[in-house]
Design a protein around this ligand. Structure first.
Ligand SMILES: Nc1ncnc2c1ncn2[C@@H]1O[C@H](COP(=O)(O)OP(=O)(O)OP(=O)(O)O)[C@@H](O)[C@H]1O
Length: 465
């Protein structure tokens, strides 16, 4: 469940290129005059003058939320304060975006160029698709407290590194999950920014295999109000006391794959999740998978092939090599994590064994290469699985955890592969040969299991330092 942050190997800082995304959310609730004055005052703290730049992108989801829900003055003030703080942070962050090459001080000209790139990427995004009448709303603290019996510990259904999740009931009988973000080491502005980014992303998503937003709360903390998933997380079922039957496992695998395909390719603004793992897959009343926890998710505009990000965040055991070694992130980072998740579903083993600290990818590799179904399958299944589905799952997992990112399939290839609608060989023949330069530099044809293990260990050392 724990995420970890770490420094890159030489300690240099890569900044996330996508500060643009939260800004889209942020600009919304402030009127033009207010917006201008806020930006100007923020900019005075930095050497760069954002007011000389093109106008910000049009309003987005938070505007819709605010228009719909905020009648109270105090509420508006709360938002405004959060927005002011966030804008200040955002401008500060933007002024310090380093160049991709290590050690280079960013120049004003370089920054302007970079920002122009960011803006042109944003401009290509059609955000007109945001629903004008969102079904979610702003909850008062009193409503959330009433729903959760004053955040009674008995209602606590889950706890992650960043949040506590409480089961609750609304007056109309709807069952909800209230995710209360915990105060962490970050300051108020960063927390508000993170909250708004996550809110913007969840509000944007509309797919049966992704968690559904009921609303949010901003009084006395930051809250997401989500549809309640009665069967909890895949992690609790897969590694629980009872054996999860193969039929459900396979259904969940397809659901997650379809949810990821939606995020990567089909939703109006492409999204990478960056923290796909068993505890972030929830199961609804029909045991259908819902991808949850968008705390690390990033917008991925169409004309950015990938990002270089810092800090490296995610969950140990699920991280793709190019990400934990070089900070390179794109949708293939999620594909790798999905491959690890598939291996967990197949084997009933965790991504990293808690005792031996052995990586599941390394353990499974020889069994995948030889298609050794009996050895790799979870012994708790006692052979009770569909061998064809198992083989499809193995072939898919094997391709997804390829050390070389460009050799991993895209999620719209994974779905038919997993369903057995296409063979791996056909996939290879139809794959486009395009490779990005940066990935080309990171991909080493002779990247072996042992070098992966070495990198993984080095990475673990860095986290523990
Ligand atoms: N909608 C929901 N319905 C039921 N249970 C939920 C729901 N959302 C979250 N949970 C439970 O709460 C746990 C923690 O939630 P979540 O992963 O969102 O928290 P987090 O602090 O962001 O986690 P992380 O440590 O990955 O950052 C989940 O693993 C799940 O068991």
């Amino acid at each position: 469940m724990k995420r970890m942050d770490s420094k890159s190997d030489n300690g240099r800082e890569f900044s996330s290129d996508d500060d643009a995304s939260p800004r889209c959310v942020m600009e919304a609730p402030v009127s033009e005059t207010e917006s201008d004055s806020t930006t100007t005052s923020s900019s005075s703290s930095s050497s760069f003058s954002p007011e000389k730049l093109p106008l910000p992108p049009p309003p987005a989801v938070a505007a819709a939320a605010l228009r719909k829900t905020n009648s109270k003055e105090s509420n508006l003030q709360q938002w405004k304060t959060m927005i002011d703080v966030f804008k200040f942070k955002n401008v500060k962050k933007l002024t310090t975006i380093p160049l991709l090459s290590a050690g280079n001080e960013i120049t004003r000209k370089g920054f302007a160029k970079k920002l122009a790139r960011i803006r042109s990427a944003e401009d290509s995004i059609d955000i007109g698709v945001i629903p004008t009448k969102p079904s979610w709303r702003n909850f008062d603290y009193a409503e959330l407290a009433a729903a959760t019996n004053d955040f009674n510990p008995e209602n606590l259904v889950g706890k992650g590194g960043h949040a506590e999740v409480y089961k609750g009931h609304l007056p109309d009988g709807k069952v909800i999950a209230v995710k209360r973000l915990m105060k962490n080491a970050k300051d108020a502005g960063d927390r508000a920014g993170d909250f708004l980014t996550e809110l913007g992303i969840i509000a944007h998503i509309n797919h049966p295999n992704a968690t559904r937003l009921v609303g949010f709360g901003i009084e006395r903390g930051h809250y997401f109000v989500l549809e309640y998933a009665p069967h909890g997380s895949l992690s609790s079922l897969l590694f629980g006391s009872e054996c999860l039957e193969w039929k459900t496992r396979f259904k969940v695998s397809i659901g997650v794959a379809e949810g990821l395909q939606y995020l990567h390719q089909d939703c109006p603004r492409r999204i990478i999740h960056r923290d796909i793992k068993a505890s972030n897959i929830l199961l609804n009343e029909n045991y259908e998978a819902e991808i949850s926890d968008f705390g690390l998710a990033k917008w991925l505009p169409t004309n950015w092939a990938h990002h270089v990000v810092f800090p490296i965040e995610g969950t140990f055991g699920y991280l793709a090599p190019e990400y934990f070694m070089h900070g390179v992130v794109d949708e293939k980072t999620d594909v790798f994590a999905f491959g690890v998740l598939l291996l967990e579903i197949i084997t009933g083993r965790r991504a990293v064994d808690s005792d031996s600290r052995q990586s599941l990818v390394i353990w499974a590799k020889p069994l995948l290469d030889t298609m050794n179904v009996t050895e790799i399958a979870d012994p708790r299944l006692e052979g009770e699985y569909d061998p064809i589905e198992m083989k499809h799952a193995m072939v898919t997992a094997s391709l997804c955890v390829h050390q070389i990112s460009s050799k991993r399939p895209f999620m719209n290839q994974v779905v038919p592969l997993l369903k057995g609608e296409v063979a791996a060989i056909e996939l290879k023949q139809n794959s486009p040969a395009t490779r990005s330069l940066l990935l080309e530099a990171c991909d080493l044809e002779d990247y072996t299991c042992s070098s992966y293990l070495k990198d993984l260990n080095r990475h673990r050392e860095l986290i523990n330092e």
